[in-house]
Design a protein around this ligand. Structure first.
Ligand code: G3P
Length: 214
């Protein structure tokens, strides 16, 4: 199982969380990674934790202001990027362009979507993975894998009907090992989570609980 911790812009210490991700990753068969804010990418990657960007733009080198270039993210040490997160929505054409930009920079891609229909559309763009995340459950502590299992199963089916090579993750409300196991039982190959770790008093303990049953 792939466990990607999205720090969003939560007021946590990205280096401390990255070190916890790195250390817990060494104790489990799960694959743990962290997605800090862009400004923190290089310092987080230097900890040795697998590091992802929260977004890259559909651009190349050139006259672009205030954008995130995939190559710069890779230079900073990131190995992948989220795209189209519900809190950073993109137009279809821009998602396509960002997937191509990430490929150009050898970044893995996870394209986020709200529901199975959108998962099917996202899978058609050929990312490495898609992640179904019902926005209404984000940040609630109510795990999608238990509160709305059909959306996960239907997302897995929707992606498989388009491209069986695209992995399916799920997110929203995931915070315990049981939530992660439930996601795997529904066919997800990984989870995205944020507040369960970024807002935890002890991020390392939260991560250890997440992977304990795996
Ligand atoms: O990218 C994952 C994130 O949107 C889930 O948020 O706080 O429900 O784990 P949270």
């Amino acid at each position: 199982m792939f466990v990607l911790v999205n720090l969003k812009t939560y007021p946590c210490d990205p280096i401390a969380v990255a070190e916890a991700v790195r250390d817990v990753n060494e104790t489990t068969d799960a694959r743990l990674a962290i997605a800090p804010q862009a400004a923190h990418l290089e310092r987080v990657a230097e900890t040795g934790a697998e590091t992802w960007a929260q977004h890259v733009d559909p651009i190349e080198h050139g006259s672009n202001t205030g954008h995130t270039l995939a190559e710069s993210v890779a230079d900073a040490g990131a190995v992948g990027t989220l795209l189209n997160h519900s809190e950073r929505r993109s137009k279809l054409a821009d998602i396509d362009g960002a997937v191509r930009a990430a490929e150009r920079a050898n970044l893995e891609t996870v394209v986020c979507a709200n529901n199975p229909a959108q998962i099917g559309a996202a899978a058609a763009l050929g990312p490495d993975a898609v992640a179904v995340e019902p926005p209404a459950l984000i940040g609630t502590g109510t795990p999608v894998s238990q509160a709305d299992p059909d959306v996960v199963e239907d997302a897995v089916e929707a992606a498989a009907n388009v491209d069986s090579d695209v992995s399916v993750l799920c997110g929203a409300g995931i915070s315990t090992g049981d939530d992660v196991v439930a996601a795997g039982d529904l066919g997800a190959e990984g989870v995205l989570l944020a507040s369960g770790v970024a807002k935890a008093d002890d991020p390392k303990a939260a991560l250890e609980d997440l992977v304990a049953p795996l």
